[in-house]
Design a protein around this ligand. Structure first.
Ligand code: 5RP
Length: 218
């Protein structure tokens, strides 16, 4: 099976995790696009969606799915999103699509994060995928120096301005042995909007697409 077929497989499987009658939190990326296309088939059975990016909003609306402002919604039973890397504890690196800040907000609103990914995203230790950090533009030099002091090599992602008007630093060379500690450390630096480590908001369930079918990690 191709990677796209594996993404389609978990996109379909994720629909079973949508709570009928409720609002669903929707992530961003090519795997989530497969999920959105499946969600469209049951759109009359949900109360709408809270979206984590302009791109997902456009796709949801193109299917006629109501997109609600996050501030109109008190809680979400479930948030469904992809990942760039996920470990066996459900900790993730996210932000390959530059949507990490809104993804973390919607994930935090939700009771349950269901991660959907093809099996290539499962790793023993996070860090091979460059860690995205969303930064206020005037702080990119300061934050880059601090990331270098941690042993990473940051690079500004060229041509990318986030939905929030900020830049992304992609950091290679980090071995993330304690995701929760590194998440809270980097998040505390002035100028950092969001670091793409999802440890506090880790996945409760991961649906992994494999050639043998959907493998579920709890
Ligand atoms: C976007 C993300 C995505 O979930 C992540 O990049 C995975 O994307 P894809 O499903 O296209 O592999 O974090 O900011």
């Amino acid at each position: 099976m191709t990677q796209d077929e594996l993404k389609a497989l978990v996109g379909r499987a994720a629909v079973e995790h949508v709570v009928p009658g409720a609002v669903v939190g929707v992530g961003t990326g090519s795997t989530v696009n497969c999920f959105i296309d499946e969600l469209a088939k049951i759109k009359d059975r949900i109360a709408g969606a809270v979206s984590s990016s302009q791109k997902s909003t456009e796709r949801l609306q193109a299917h006629g799915i109501a997109v609600l402002d996050a501030n109109q919604v008190d809680s979400l039973p479930v948030y469904i999103d992809g990942a760039d890397e996920i470990d066996h504890g459900g900790h993730m690196i996210k932000g390959g699509g530059a949507a990490l800040t809104r993804e973390k907000i919607v994930a935090d609103m939700a009771e349950r994060f269901v991660c959907i990914a093809d099996a290539s995203k499962l790793v023993q230790t996070l860090g091979r995928f460059p860690l995205p950090v969303e930064v206020i533009p005037m702080a990119s030099g300061l934050v880059s120096r601090r990331l270098r002091a941690l042993g990473g090599q940051p690079r500004v992602r060229e041509g990318v301005v986030t939905d929030n008007g900020n830049v992304i630093l992609d950091v290679t060379g980090l071995e993330i042995r304690d995701p929760a500690a590194m998440e809270s450390d980097i998040n505390n630096w002035p100028g950092v909007v969001t670091v793409g480590i999802f440890a506090r908001n880790r996945a409760k369930v991961c649906l992994l697409g494999t050639p043998e079918g959907v493998r579920r990690l709890d």
